[in-house]
Design a protein around this ligand. Structure first.
Ligand code: DC
Length: 230
């Protein structure tokens, strides 16, 4: 049976990665979290001192892009691949609110996008991939057989993110998380390069009041129909 490419896009905390991972597992496909790569570049910029008091030194970051080696690797005992930056497992620090607060301006830099899109396209060259992000159906894989656009209200998404961070032991304030979600929504959908938008032919699913199983079944049945046809 032929393999297809599945692109899942949407705002932050719409549950893209949960659905994408479940789908990849069920189809025996590779899952790629493209957001982790933008977070990885942001973490690198913070480590190098290119972001000070919330101000990003774009020129220094762009000049240092060839020093960044990002790889997904499996770690013993964990079900999902972790993000490695220059050999260091950065899976935990890239999920903090500190990185979330800096990532959107980094993701708006055209040179950063160019580097990461090329890496993402290389990962999907043999198909059999489920990739989630903001521009997967529009830029990375415009030819993807299945494109999903996930949405949910900002409040619902902020609450999901807040719970995730609290469960991990991060002491965060709900209003700060909501503000971050709204700011990232704005920047991600208004930036000049590859703004988040629904791809042509994408199936839109608003999951504000929808459980994981219902979404999963809907997407899986679309995927199975396309796989049978291909
Ligand atoms: O999916 P996430 O919240 O982990 O993504 C982190 C940030 O990276 C998000 O604010 C927007 C950016 N991003 C992007 O611009 N393009 C992608 N394909 C994935 C993420």
């Amino acid at each position: 049976m032929k393999k297809i490419t599945i692109a899942i896009d949407g705002y932050s905390s719409t549950g893209k990665s949960t659905i994408a991972k479940k789908l990849a597992k069920s189809l025996g496909y590779i899952y790629v979290d493209s957001g982790a790569m933008y977070r990885g570049v942001t973490y690198f910029a913070m480590q190098q001192g290119f972001i000070k008091d919330g101000i990003l030194d774009k020129t220094s970051l762009v000049n240092a892009l060839d020093q960044i080696d990002l790889q997904f690797k499996f770690v013993a005992g964990l079900p999902d691949a972790a993000m490695f930056l220059n050999g260091e497992n950065i899976e935990a620090p890239i999920r903090t609110l500190a990185v979330s607060q800096q990532v959107s301006p980094v993701a708006a830099i055209p040179e950063v996008r160019e580097k990461l899109v090329a890496l993402q396209q290389a990962m999907g060259v043999q198909k059999g991939v489920v990739m989630d992000g903001r521009d997967i159906g529009t830029v990375v894989f415009p030819e993807a057989e299945l494109k999903i656009y996930l949405t949910a209200s900002a409040d619902t998404r902020a609450y999901r993110r807040y719970k995730e961070l609290i469960d991990k032991g991060d002491k965060v304030d709900f209003d700060a998380v909501l503000k971050n979600v709204q700011e990232r929504d704005y920047i991600d959908s208004h930036r000049a390069t590859s703004p988040l938008k629904k791809a042509e032919g994408a199936i839109e699913i608003d999951n504000s009041d929808m459980g994981l199983e219902e979404q999963f079944e809907r997407i899986l049945s679309h995927a199975n129909a396309l796989i049978e046809r291909s």
